[in-house]
Design a binder for this molecule. Structure first.
Ligand code: NAD
Ligand code: UD1
Length: 336
């Protein structure tokens, strides 16, 4: 009995593989390595002392996906594989829709034909668009603002329709807030290609001397210090949320939607200060214009996940900064 992890070589998938192996699940990874390295899988094996069955394959390759199901006794799927860069999705919408949506359709069709109907999907807080109020609960209106976000919303709806048509499906839609940090071993972590889009990888690259300074995108938001507020969650806590979701849907059919966040908001400058306190490294920064499409404040109401999954994020901002820094210091060029 194995769990298939699509995108298991990527940032969140690799951390979730570690949790699965620690809990004695058998793990099969399918990843085309378009945004990841096979070294992540080697290191997962070194950290856990267990093996991962790896298929370097594309979800768009139906025969390859079918082979993975034929060759393994898969009982459930954690579906991380997808493209995730917002700016790129605006420039290449068809590429995003095809990869994320067609890939999910092929996965679900194969699952259905093999009688595997247990699926955890990586959704995002981006589905809430510009929230009317914070903290954001799962009932808040949705409305993504870019093609990447729309792939998440569309896939959520496809999966609800799938359950509507066949109530045997057991589906969890996990809406992540802002995952940061790394495994405490410092051996796996986030390895962005080129200029990082997200805040924490940018901070750690400045701290390690790869970049001069952080550009803070705007200090005129309606927030206490004027910089954007987000709900940063340690990737290990996020990974644990997937195991809890898997247990939940093993126990009951249906489609469950959960926010995975801490419930606390930190501004950009809060993170710069927390990084200094945690690591002793001062990150120089400059205030620049707002980034188009950014919102002022976004943080979760995570109470449903606590109530129904018995899950809550445990790690602190300090842990997140220390662990992100350990990964960056030990791997200044990521997996290269
Ligand atoms: P990632 O890019 O590190 O991992 C995604 C993995 O999927 C990569 O290893 C990539 O090679 C693989 N992949 C992409 N398309 C594929 C395809 N067609 N076939 C096979 N493999 C494919 O990203 P991540 O940060 O680990 O994110 C995982 C999931 O969580 C994504 O679906 C992402 O949209 C979602 N998510 C991420 C964040 C975040 O901030 N990181 C926030 C919300 C949601
Ligand atoms: C980004 C994505 C969003 C995705 C989320 C989690 C965009 C427009 N949005 O959002 O779809 O769901 O990540 O992966 O890319 N910041 C700086 N300087 C930087 C980088 C970021 O000041 O160099 C600020 C941002 O303005 C924001 C905060 O830091 O206020 C966090 O930014 P980021 O890490 O990119 O996450 P999100 O904006 O939440």
């Amino acid at each position: 009995m194995a769990i298939l992890v699509t995108g298991g070589a990527g940032y969140i998938g690799s951390h979730t593989c570690i949790q699965l192996l620690k809990e004695n699940y058998e793990v099969v990874v399918l990843d085309n390595l378009s945004n990841s390295s096979p070294k992540a899988l080697q290191r997962i094996e070194e950290i856990t002392g267990k093996t991962v069955m790896f298929y370097q394959a594309d979800l768009l390759d139906r025969q390859a996906v079918e082979r993975v199901f034929e060759e393994n006794n898969i009982t459930g799927v954690l579906h991380f594989a997808g493209l995730k860069a917002v700016g790129e999705s605006v420039e290449k919408p068809l590429y995003y829709y095809h990869n994320n949506i067609t890939g999910t359709l092929i996965l679900c069709e194969t699952m259905r034909s093999c009688g595997v109907k247990t699926l955890v999907f990586s959704s995002s807080a981006t589905v809430y668009g510009t929230p009317e109020r914070v903290p954001i609960s799962e009932e808040a209106p949705t409305g993504a603002a870019n093609p990447y976000g729309r792939t998440k919303l569309m896939i959520e709806e496809i999966l609800r329709d799938l359950h509507q048509a066949d109530s045997d499906w057991r589906i969890a839609l996990l809406r992540y807030f802002n995952p940061i940090g790394a495994d405490e071993s410092g051996r796996i972590g986030e390895d962005p290609t080129g200029l990082p889009n997200n805040l924490m990888p940018f901070i750690t690259q400045v701290a390690v001397g790869k970049r001069d300074k952080l550009m803070v995108f705007g200090d005129d938001y309606d927030t206490p210090d004027g910089t954007g507020i987000r709900d940063y969650i340690h990737v290990t806590d996020l990974a644990e949320g997937h195991l809890k979701a898997l247990e939940k849907i093993a126990a009951e059919t249906g489609v469950k939607t959960y926010n995975l966040g801490t419930g606390f908001g930190y501004s950009v400058l809060d993170i710069v200060h927390a990084f200094l306190e945690a690591t002793g490294v001062q990150v120089p920064y400059e205030i620049t214009d707002r980034r188009p499409g950014d919102i002022a404040s976004c943080y979760a109401d995570p109470s449903l996940a606590e109530k129904e999954l018995g899950w809550r994020a445990k790690k602190t901002i300090r842990d997140m900064c220390c662990d992100a820094w350990r990964w960056q210091q030990h791997n200044p060029n990521g997996y290269q």
